[in-house]
Design a protein around this ligand. Structure first.
Ligand code: 5GP
Ligand code: SF4
Ligand code: MG
Length: 458
């Protein structure tokens, strides 16, 4: 998912700016979009299934627009639970003694079910199956605390990987899990309003004319009100941001925790070329996710980069389609080989192999188009474990690398050779502090759900 929030000391068209912000985060979720806007008195919310441009036509955008808007949040969702339901769209809202609150959440709480059960026994009510609602209810029920204290207290009770924005009528809050698994950045607009922006990635700041101030730190809570920007370190932890943000998820023009995604993808490709060289004629990326690594592979190996696969720019991200059948059809909608591959030994570069189904189809497309050899190079290690922190890398039984060796996967996808970057190589390519690599090595830095909760492990 992608989250976005703004606070402006002067009236601004926050409905429009929030639209631009979540549109810049569309790659983080395509199932639902929503926003909430307040002027200190009124509090408007609109959300629905669909892309940002589908949910917010002019009429819908007008219905959240407020002449004196000061605070807003927005969300793009992709469900990690598979439930593509309208009532799970965000922002979530609730009425409390602190006034109405809105929450937009990226990530997963690993102990949400236990906390929810405890709250149910104490009489709490839940309207959705969304674990974000547990966070919102926890904040809402601390009626004796102010909003910042209540949010900090909720952060202490829920574990996992998360980044959230929360708004009241008069303040904007952003907070990030103690490991900083999910990204969150702060920006500010130049010019007279000096509005603050909190978002999943810097591209959303730039989209609304703000510059990057800094990343929210792991375990930090920041809030903006009429007195400006404030910070509270709630729960300092060992930073282990999600490596998949750099491998695949974040946009190529984003810089997260001081590491540029495009540059790190190029280093992954260079590393792959050193670890797994091959005699070949051209290097071809699977667009767009294999682009950076293919540039790196070509540079390091000296094999020319070529445009071997056309990508229909009107197709979305394949994996975000919720069912296998939908994903299969979407591959053909999306990709088609060019004449560059005819008679060529191709090094095909992609960011990841999850189920293997897309990869098999792509190898097949290249062969049909006359490629003489296809050598598959992957800029992430084999994905063997489920993600409990908000990236839908599928249930374990669907992860081809959890049940197949590299050689078996090679045979399955029909490649002449297949290699995955090493875990050490990936670490070096990203650099920076620690990294979550749990979906590769099963070491979960921010905890796991109780075993009997985990249908994903089945
Ligand atoms: P596969 O061959 O595993 O079906 O698909 C691999 C390609 O699709 C990669 O380009 C990867 O970016 C994308 N992909 C497919 N399914 C998923 C998924 O469930 N999660 C993620 N993160 N990426 C996926
Ligand atoms: Fe990212 Fe994988 Fe960790 Fe999930 S398990 S947070 S996808 S590195
Ligand atoms: Mg891809």
């Amino acid at each position: 998912c992608g989250v976005f929030g703004m606070y402006s000391p002067q009236p601004l068209d926050l409905a429009w700016l929030t639209y631009l912000g979540i549109f810049a985060l569309q790659h983080r979720g395509q199932e639902a979009a929503g926003m909430a806007v307040s002027d200190g008195d009124k509090f408007h919310v609109e959300k629905d299934l669909g892309l940002v441009t589908q949910v917010f036509d002019e009429r819908r955008l007008d219905s959240v627009r407020l002449a004196n808007a000061r605070v807003s949040i927005g969300h793009v969702r992709y469900s990690t639970t598979g439930s593509n339901l309208r009532f799970n769209a965000q922002p979530l809202t609730t009425r409390t003694n602190k006034g109405i609150l809105g929450l937009a959440h990226n990530g997963n709480f690993v102990n949400a079910r236990e906390v929810r059960n405890m709250m149910l026994m104490e009489g709490a009510l839940f309207a959705t199956t969304n674990d974000s609602e547990v966070m919102l209810n926890l904040i809402a029920r601390e009626s004796h605390m102010d909003l910042v204290e209540a949010t900090a207290s909720a952060m202490q009770q829920l574990q996992g990987g998360y980044a959230c924005v929360l708004m009241s009528r008069t303040a904007l809050i952003g907070f990030r899990d103690p490991n900083g698994v999910r990204p969150l950045v702060i920006g500010q607009r130049d010019g007279p309003d000096g509005a603050y922006v909190i978002a999943s990635e810097p591209c959303a700041l730039f989209a609304v004319g703000a510059r990057l101030l800094r990343d929210v730190m792991p375990g930090e809570l920041v809030w903006v009100d009429r007195d400006g920007l404030h910070s509270l370190m709630v729960h300092p932890g060992q930073p282990t941001p999600c490596s998949f943000e750099w491998i695949y998820f974040a946009r190529s023009d984003s810089r997260l925790d001081g590491v540029d995604t495009h540059e790190s993808r190029i280093r992954m490709g260079e590393q792959l070329a050193r670890e797994f060289p091959v005699d070949a004629d051209i290097v071809v990326p699977v667009p767009d996710s294999g682009m950076g690594a293919a540039i790196g592979y070509a540079r390091e190996s000296g094999i020319p980069f070529d445009y071997g696969l056309y990508k229909n720019p009107f197709a979305g991200r394949t994996f975000l389609a919720p069912t296998q059948e939908a994903r299969d059809l979407k591959v053909k909608m999306k990709l088609s080989p060019t004449s560059a591959v005819r008679g060529k030994r191709v090094v095909l570069i992609d960011d990841s192999i999850v189920r293997g189904t897309t990869s098999r189809q792509i190898v097949n497309l290249l062969r049909e188009a006359g490629a003489s050899e296809v050598h598959f190079r992957v800029s992430s290690p084999p994905i063997k474990h489920p993600c409990f922190y908000g990236i839908d890398t599928a249930a374990r039984k669907e992860l081809v690398a959890s049940t197949h060796s590299v050689e078996e996967i090679r045979e399955l996808i029909g490649a002449d050779s297949l290699s995955f970057i090493s875990e050490r190589g990936l670490r070096e390519a990203v650099g920076g502090p620690g990294l979550c690599l749990a979906c590769f090595n099963g070491e979960y830095p921010a905890g796991t759900p109780l075993l009997n909760d985990v249908d994903k492990l089945a």
